[in-house]
Write a protein that binds this ligand. Structure first.
Ligand code: KG4
Ligand code: ZN
Length: 323
């Protein structure tokens, strides 16, 4: 089986997955509470917390799967993109385990990991499909032709903020706690999505832009006295969410035409959004716990990537950005 390790942002995660894509254990230690008071992830704090958590989280995953390291056949770890200091903690832990046990090591692209969440059982989705990857750090439309990362073409990406970032920044403007996506999702159910007409940015091609929307919300809330903001919060959340979901859905539909495809899948933290799921009823989506960052998706991606044998494994490096 494959031991997966993920530490690219603020989740310390480890999982055990079989070659066939069966999840035997998936442990995710979230640092949300630690970063909430700062309204976003503080990289240095994230690295330090990963350092404290990575060993117990790996142990917990092995315990839950009922195996020892002797039962592990290869190690998979997120190599990038992400926060470099955070990545290095997982990478070092994975190298140490692989080196000590003489195991092959697979460096996984975090974005490939999100797509590979769809290849886990029982969903086990087969390409081709168009994939919307929307998380706190990325918003991309992908033409997925095969299960290897080399078989995936980027059709569009965000020119500024990621969709999850737009949710989080919007939530902050509305006085909601971090991370804000789920908070806006919840509050939007009580509001009127037509109360405010927020703009949906139209940029050429299949790219996204969310910074104008965020500014529109800023203008809508900055002159409101606290009591008025309180009274309108649900309407603002519903209207803001509607604008983000519209932008995503429009682009997904255009991407399907561009790729000549029929099937859509959604992955990443924003795929947990109830309005997005309702707006794309035919889209394949992994269970919610596999949408947000986890290590099962990293182990899953490793099934379709080249492993490095023990001495070479030590040369594997972390990278902050995709390019
Ligand atoms: O995939 P993820 O866990 O981490 C990254 O790789 O970035 O995504 C986290 C993002 C956050 O921005 C969070 O606000 C957003 O996903 N999110 C949501 C929902 N649940 C999480 N956004 C909208 N609606 C949700 N229900
Ligand atoms: Zn992610």
């Amino acid at each position: 089986m494959i031991l997966g390790i993920e530490t690219s942002c603020d989740e310390t995660a480890a999982a055990l997955v079989t070659r066939e894509g069966e999840i035997l254990a998936s442990v995710v230690a979230s640092q949300d509470e630690l970063h909430a008071r700062y309204g976003g992830v503080v990289p240095e704090i994230a690295s330090r917390r990963h350092l404290e958590l990575v060993t117990p989280v790996v142990r917990e995953a092995l315990d839950r799967a009922g195996v020892g390291l002797g039962g592990v056949g290869s190690v998979a770890v997120t190599a990038g993109p992400g926060l470099i200091g955070a990545l290095l903690v997982g990478l070092s832990a994975a190298k140490a385990i692989a080196w000590a046990r003489g195991l092959p090591l697979v460096g996984v692209n975090h974005l490939h990991g999100h797509v590979a969440s769809l290849y886990l059982k029982p969903l086990d989705l087969s390409p081709p499909f168009v994939c919307l990857l929307a998380s706190g750090g990325h918003t991309m439309l992908l033409d997925v032709r095969g299960r290897r990362w080399e078989d995936v073409a980027v059709l569009g990406t965000t020119l500024d903020d990621a969709a999850g970032e737009a949710f989080d920044k919007g939530a902050r403007l509305l006085g909601l706690p971090y991370p804000g996506g789920a908070e806006i999702d919840r509050l939007a159910r009580e509001g009127d999505p037509t109360a405010h007409a927020f703009p949906v940015a139209r940029v050429p091609g299949l790219d996204f832009s969310f910074s104008g929307l965020k500014t529109a919300l800023l203008y809508a809330v900055r002159d409101l006295p606290p009591a008025e903001l309180e009274a309108r919060r649900a309407d603002l959340a519903a209207s803001y969410q509607r604008a983000i979901v519209r932008a995503l859905v429009e682009r997904v539909e255009a991407a399907l035409v561009a790729a000549g495809g029929e099937r859509v899948a959604i992955v990443g933290g924003v795929a947990a959004n109830s309005e997005l799921r309702a707006a794309l009823p035919a889209a394949a989506a992994a269970p919610l716990r596999l949408c947000t960052d986890n290590a099962a998706m990293i182990a899953s991606a490793a099934r379709y990537a080249e492993p490095l044998a023990p001495p070479d494994a030590l040369t594997l490096d972390a990278y902050a950005t995709a390019a």
